[in-house]
Design a protein around this ligand. Structure first.
Ligand code: GAL
Length: 690
């Protein structure tokens, strides 16, 4: 937490302006605003929030102008240390007119004194008149001013605390601080070690298209050497009994139920497995690794090979992790002064217009073969625009050639990132194919078109290529992503290793839930555990409990699980987060439902709380339920009304992280006591008792 000393602040204020009003009035805008944390941009004194200070406009709520106050952006928090010295706090609040009329603006103001809610605005939109209030803060030591995003993300969420002031007994100013954080906790491992006897993990279903190269490695834990078997394998497929790799191709469509087996000197295991040869692939969310969150522009073929090796060596492959995905910067770059990429300033394409890989990736086909030989799959990245987000070659006007090239090299996954396509849709570059542009296109045509084009070309290739749409959730991508052959679609901007990012992204996905199903997944971006840092890797800044929340929530959301970490630096805690087969089974559940928030608990024993309860229906009739505590303090709470979860009768309750049953209860009579750490979670499975 940053805060100036009171003396320093008084001197600072004294030097600039004596605008404190009467001795008993302290204006919010006169306090040190530096510690405010908010969604994006900068909070401003007497102006609406802005990316750059010079951009802020005067505070205006529904055409009413205010001379004083603070402009911020949800989710916003400012802590004010009143120390019992103030008597009242008053303000007029609302959405700032700098995005007047935006349908995306929805915010809610909260005033919290010593953990108790003193005032709450209700959800507000642009054009709502300012709401005026005055609350007593007599005896309050610690005042928290919060603006929430009404759980729909913080796009255009400009929020003003206008005319905000304290009446005080004696104080002339107050110290300020940012958002409270949970007490530090050392990493603690919950995942029990996998037994030495064989256990077959991973998804229970696999989708493939007619004639496409088939590759599936049976994910099994247990001592090696291990011998694999597959009974009733359809003709066209072959099992390598030593590696567990099933390869070949299927000559006819249909469903094939296979019994997979794994045997070692200590025992054996079997599992029913369904192979579906049809149109849909990615019947469960893709699991693997992506280079961006750790290496960004510093990626090379060598690092990709070592990620593949680490995927096998670490045992992650035995839990279902499969894809090794190269993000941006495998291509050449347009001219730039950026020193790290000078070796990439070369022609972007060859004489025939085929894209070329850069000098750090001398042999793409060889690299794909290397990854496939290890029983893994490989992914690549491009943009529908002329350049990628990093300024490398994009696929604009070369879509078909690129799809063919990716297939020829042997790629299994394409992440396709909007980026410079904006320059096509706004008409700022030549558009020889007359593709729909923003001002002419009806509805969302201009946004859908480039994905439809590439989706079609990928579908024409003689191999299965997962199509991962990346356009940050614009134009309600979840409504049309499946129709353009998308297997998954990013619904948000880029994740980073902060609680705010996990919270802002993870807990705002309900909108996309109705569209998630086998073959089509909501993608809230990659995992942010382990060593991350976009070219300058460092251990994730998330606390251990925040990491449990992150993995639990992504599994409940049926999200792709793409590890963003440096695979050479996987510590025991990070591995424990990624190898809990009961938790991963929630993500990989065959039914393919996405959890939604079913209960919110905003008050417990008179204190403000923020509990969110997420529920996901599972194929076996059970339900995975995540009890998330978004507050900073641990909470005790009792679940007694099971009807909200549509649960009835006798239920067996299992803690999935600990892999232990915790209760057998009668939903009509019993309750379930829960203790949840700050920013943490309990992930339970409820199964009807027979
Ligand atoms: C961003 C994308 C990131 C990464 C990056 C590469 O737009 O969201 O995940 O792919 O581009 O430049």
């Amino acid at each position: 937490m940053k805060s100036h000393s009171a003396i320093g602040l008084c001197l600072l204020l004294g030097a600039f302006t004596p605008s404190l009003g009467s001795a008993e009035t302290v204006w919010l805008d006169d306090l040190n605003l530096a510690p405010i944390v908010q969604g994006w941009g900068k909070a401003q004194k007497n102006k609406c929030a802005a990316k750059k200070p010079e951009d802020g406009k005067p505070l205006t709520i529904s055409a009413k102008r205010f001379d004083r106050g603070v402009g911020t952006v949800a989710e916003s928090a400012l802590n004010i240390f009143l120390n019992g010295d103030a008597t009242t706090f008053s303000a007029q609040v609302g959405a700032d007119d700098c995005k007047r009329g935006s349908s995306r603006t929805s915010i809610e103001f909260f005033v919290i004194g010593d953990g108790k809610q003193l005032w709450r605005s209700g959800v507000m939109h642009t054009n709502d008149a300012a709401k005026a209030f005055e609350v007593s803060v007599a005896g309050v030591n610690h005042l928290l001013l919060k603006v929430g995003d009404a759980d729909d993300g913080n796009n255009d969420d400009f929020a003003d605390w206008a005319d905000a002031k304290f009446e005080t007994k004696t104080a002339k100013t107050f110290k300020t601080g940012g958002e409270p954080v949970p007490e530090p906790v050392t990493p603690y491992i919950l995942t029990p070690a996998a037994p030495p006897t064989p256990r077959i993990n991973g998804a229970k279903v696999f989708g493939v298209r007619l004639g496409s190269p088939f590759l599936f490695t049976i994910p099994a834990t247990g001592d090696r050497p291990m011998e694999f078997s597959a009974t009733n394998l359809p003709s066209g497929l072959h099992l390598d009994t030593k590696t567990g790799q099933i390869t070949g191709s299927l000559p006819s469509r249909g469903e094939f139920i296979v019994t997979l087996g794994a045997k070692n000197s200590l025992g054996s295991a079997e599992k029913q497995f369904r192979i579906v040869c049809g149109d849909a692939i990615a019947l469960t969310p893709p699991m693997g690794w992506n280079s961006w969150n750790c290496f960004a522009h510093m990626i090379s073929a060598e690092k990709v090979r070592s990620a593949a090796d680490a995927m096998v060596r670490s045992g992650l492959i035995n839990h279902g992790f499969t894809y090794i995905n190269i993000d941006d910067f495998w291509q050449n770059h347009v001219p730039t002064n950026e020193k790290d990429v000078q070796d990439l300033i070369k022609p972007l394409r060859d004489d025939q217009g085929f894209i070329v890989s850069n000098a750090r990736f001398p042999d793409m086909k060889g690299l794909a073969d290397y990854v496939h030989d290890r029983g893994l799959k490989i992914g690549i990245y491009s943009s529908p625009g002329p350049t990628t987000c990093g300024g490398c070659a994009g696929s604009w006007l070369h879509e078909e050639q690129d799809a063919q090239t990716f297939a020829r090299w042997g790629f299994d996954f394409l992440k396709y990132d909007w980026c410079s396509y904006g320059s096509v849709t706004d008409g700022s570059i030549a558009n020889p194919l007359n593709v729909p542009v923003r001002k002419n296109a009806s509805n969302d045509d201009y946004a859908i078109h480039p994905f439809k084009v590439m989706g079609g070309f990928l579908r024409d290739q003689p191999r299965d290529i997962i199509f991962s749409l990346c356009q940050y959730g614009n134009n309600d991508v979840w409504k049309w992503g499946g129709a353009v052959n998308g297997s998954c679609w990013r619904t948000t901007g880029d994740v980073n290793d902060s609680w705010r990012s996990i919270k802002e992204i993870g807990f705002t996905q309900d909108k996309a839930a109705p569209y998630a199903k086998p073959g089509n997944w909501t993608d809230p971006d990659m995992l942010i555990v382990g060593w991350v840092g976009w070219g300058r890797p460092h251990p994730t800044s998330l606390t251990p409990d925040e990491q449990y929340t992150h993995i639990s929530l992504w599994c409940l959301l049926s999200a792709p699980l793409l590890i963003g970490s440096d695979m050479a630096k996987l510590d025991d805690f990070t591995l424990s987060l990624l190898t809990n087969d009961e938790v991963l089974a929630v993500d990989q559940d065959e039914l393919g439902k996405q959890a939604t928030c079913v209960i919110k608990v905003n008050e417990i024993s008179g204190r403000v709380s923020d509990l969110r309860i997420y529920q996901k229906e599972l194929v076996d009739g059970g339900h995975a339920i995540g009890f998330f505590n978004l507050g900073t303090e641990p909470v005790k709470w009792e679940l007694s009304d099971f009807t909200q979860l549509h649960l009835s009768g006798k239920q067996i309750v299992r803690d999935l992280w600990r892999q232990q049953n915790v209760a057998t209860l009668d939903a009509a009579k019993n309750s379930l006591p829960l203790t949840i750490p700050g920013h943490g979670v309990l992930l339970y499975k409820f199964t009807p008792a027979k």
